[in-house]
Ligand binder design. Sequence first.
Ligand code: IMP
Length: 447
Amino acid sequence: MANVIVIGAQWGDEGKGKITDLLSRSADVVVRYQGGVNAGHTIVVKGQTFKLHLIPSGILYPETKCIIGSGTVIDPQVLIGELDQIESLNISTNNLLISETAHVTMPYHRLIDQASEERRGVHKIGTTGRGIGPTYADKSERTGIRMLDLLDPQGLREQLEWTINYKNVILEKLYNLPPIDASVVIEEYLGYTERLRPYVVDTSLEIYQAIKQRRNILFEGAQGTLLDLDHGTYPFVTSSNPVAGGACVGTGLGPTAIDRVIGVAKAYTTRVGEGPFPTELSGEIGEQLCSIGAEFGTTTGRKRRCGWFDAVIGRYAVRINGMDCLAITKLDVLDGLEEIKVCVAYEIDGERSEHFPTNARKFARCRPIYKTLPGWQQSTSHCRSLSDLPSQALDYLKFLAELVEVPIAIVSLGASRDQTIIVEDPIHGPKRGLLQADGSPVSLKTA
Ligand code: IMP
């Protein structure tokens, strides 16, 4: 039995979807613990491609229970669209459970998100515009609507009448927008009640019972460490906690139940939205990574900014998440490059630093210090074991593992499930490199 958290070690879009899909095969329960419809992954089922923003892709495995935890925010319209799509393929959604205390994204959240970005002008965050920040803001302000409120039509009506009055003041006076018609929104949301009722339960209790029955639970983080509200590149972050600690808060589970934390990082780095990005490539190589890696957002279609692998961020993600091992994705995107750079440290105001500065202004002044490695200039997408890899690719991976001081357990070389090298069992293999008896970091096994 193992309870495992999978997190993004960079700015999101690390390819967590593929890794969680691989691990879901041995999980009895898959739990999403934060974020909302800002996240997204594309899946192909029975030849049909569709995008999931809220429902864990574990739903495709008939024996797997899928849970959307209390730390998430739910846009019911999008959720119902996903349920309809899945059911149209004759796949059951009976295994889905939704936390009754998860907060609900309302139309005014989307409007306020978009209007506030516009008002910020050059100071905009580059949000997905899906109302995520305002939904979490209402949660903190204690004016939010929760899933359990959706199940109580009379209570919902009263709560929304009051809240929409209040939001209309903000929309009209602050953003010069027309007010929302409360009765239209109330009718819309009451229309979701019966469709969603069968799924809504106390998911914390379900998870606790699964633990007592010694089930394997996979906790799936959305976005990534550097987008964490508390530990990311604030203010250019999302409004939840994608880090491993968020899995406990976002599900109602104590930390002693967690056995493993697996980080997912691309073999290079990408970022969507605004904010500093020390290893960003603005020229030809950046364009090349973007087009070969198909770096366009699943949710907004925005082009992702691309750059070299940043080991300072990698080490920070290992520390903040208590990461045991790493899955490196999209190694094949680097195949054509003559040489590859890796950021090993920063230069900040003339001084070298190995550590990520939490001060955003300082972070914006960081200059990467690179080590250049030779590329391999041959295809790796067919490789199925480390011994199939060109020696330069293997050296590149070893170098990354040594820099971030955790072993690399999985290497992904393409979108399909078989384009994967499992170096170590990520769940039962060695724990963190730092914890080796002789104090040395675990590296890749070459045998
Ligand atoms: P929000 O989550 O829509 O409020 O956006 C805040 C920041 O997080 C923006 O920079 C977004 O581009 C970024 N972001 C949100 N969700 C994702 C994601 O799933 N992948 C990558 N970036 C994301």
